[in-house]
Design a protein around this ligand. Sequence first.
Ligand code: BG6
Length: 298
Amino acid sequence: MPIEAYNDKVVLVSPENPDTKVSVLLYGATVTSWTIEGKQQLWLSSAAKLDGTKPVRGGIPLVFPVFGKSKADGFADLPQHGFARNSTWEFLGQTKENPPTAQFALSPEQANKDFYSKWDNGTNDFTLLLTIQLSPDSLTTTIEVSNTDSKSWKFNWLFHTYLAVNDIDDTLVNNLPGETCYDQLLAETYEEKAPAIDFNGELDRIYKNVSCDKLLQVIELGKVVHNIERHNLPDVVVWNPWTEKSAGMADFEPKTGFHKMVCIEPGHVHDFVTLEPGESWTASQVIKKGDAIKLQAI
Ligand code: BG6
């Protein structure tokens, strides 16, 4: 049984191993769980709301049409990270038996009305098509954004991926030295000098225009635990809330949970993508296993 559809979620199960599966909540089309042979790959807060009252704290929330808050015309009144993660998507069906693949869609009809109406006054016609593919050792999430309007509009996209780690104290992220970084905590732009990113306090950075040829790796005690490939997603947000920020988030539990996660968020957020009428834009993230450390210079 490669796919199980419920009222509120869809589960894809690997034909190779019943303990390799991915669960997608229709609310936000949020991946809330992904296991490989029973081992959880993503972090999900034990206080995450899964009932549609709040975006999910953990898994892979989808960020559209704005990252964070923006003062730009047509975006200023939108909630943080837009409305895709607060809208209930439509399950279109299974598109491939093996590897199990499913598609989900969002358009103005299904979008959260209160929030959608804040994007250019709710005048932008669009379709989002999300494809989720489960392979024995990887998960691919692909987004196609289409302009079905008679005018152009613009957007940001980001996969807000919460990766599971054993202990953030032992975690490094590689292949970012030399990249331009906007530190959201310092409100400063600088060139990353550290040979690898380590974590010893709250960290919230946007690495801009990182070549998609660069693989990003999450390494714990010298072992690669996640490889992240990006296609058409030039920016990478790295985030860990640490103690104080976690304490202030009601849906972040346990409060020590920041030890068990790191957000590596591939997106297009350094500027807006503009789509003309009839145009589409496609991008994807692939999270995969693989032991070899790959160091790539700028
Ligand atoms: C990250 C941002 O992408 O998302 C952070 O860089 C933000 O600044 C974090 O705190 C979580 O956002 P939210 O809206 O899910 O609490």
